[in-house]
Ligand binder design. Structure first.
Ligand code: SF4
Length: 226
């Protein structure tokens, strides 16, 4: 179940609304298989019918409190190449530049990854606050915003597209720079294994015919991880 909140409501105040924080394995995209600590921020500005994220309960935590929980989950986080993934919901609604600066100060040496629907990326042009951005547009407007962002993204930022696929037209993404990673994830439909299986077939066929795209499966679900 998704909950739509306004930008103004989320980006102000001393705390962030946090649905959950946990340490696991990244199951999707370019960092698949790497250990990562996930900070799932509550709320979204989209209401996709297939959304399986529950934001009905959350805690209000300061950046310092979130960083402390991350350190407790991964005590050696500062001494190795560790990843913190901000996901949601739509994490960029709450991840202002100011808050990311404090995260950097609290968690030095950490690789920060952000998973976004792309809707707010006009505000993120020129960002050097994070190491990897994975954009998963859910509307044509979000796709257009993402493409504008890709054109000007700093070369030091790793950027990936991740599309939840059920056969839609992907031609607009041909305009994305070649350096952008392209990941296609079959759309899973709750309680409808036949449609899910058809989407898996369509995705495999598309990737075979369009080798610029990479099949991305949700490894964490296959392994029964969070
Ligand atoms: S953008 Fe993502 S989190 Fe937001 S409603 Fe859609 S699927 Fe759910």
């Amino acid at each position: 179940m998704s909950v739509v909140w306004s930008l103004a409501e989320l980006e102000q105040g001393p705390t962030l609304r946090v649905a959950e924080i946990f340490h696991s394995i990244q199951g999707e995209g370019a960092a698949t298989g790497r250990a990562a600590t996930f900070v799932r921020l509550a709320g979204c500005n989209r209401a996709c019918e297939f959304c399986d994220t529950d934001f009905s309960t959350f805690a209000e935590l300061t950046v310092e409190e979130i960083a402390q929980i991350v350190r407790e989950l991964n005590p050696r986080i500062g001494s190795r190449r560790a990843i913190v993934v901000f996901t949601g919901g739509e994490p960029t609604l709450q991840l202002t530049r100011e808050r990311l600066v404090v995260f950097r100060r609290e968690l030095p040496g950490v690789e920060f990854h952000v998973e976004t629907n792309g809707s707010t990326l006009d505000r993120w042009q020129g960002t050097d606050w994070i190491e990897r951005l994975t954009v998963s547009p859910k509307t044509p407007e979000d796709a257009a915003t993402a493409l504008r962002f890709f054109e000007c993204a700093r070369s030091s930022l790793a950027v990936d597209l991740k599309i939840v696929y059920d056969g839609q037209n992907l031609a607009p993404f041909d305009a994305a720079p070649r350096s952008i990673g392209r990941y296609l994830q079959p759309k899973a439909v709750a309680n409808d294994p036949k449609t899910t299986a058809r989407n898996i077939e369509k995705t495999i066929r598309y990737v075979k015919e369009n080798p610029q795209w990479t099949l991305s499966l949700q490894l964490h679900k296959t392994l029964g991880l969070r």
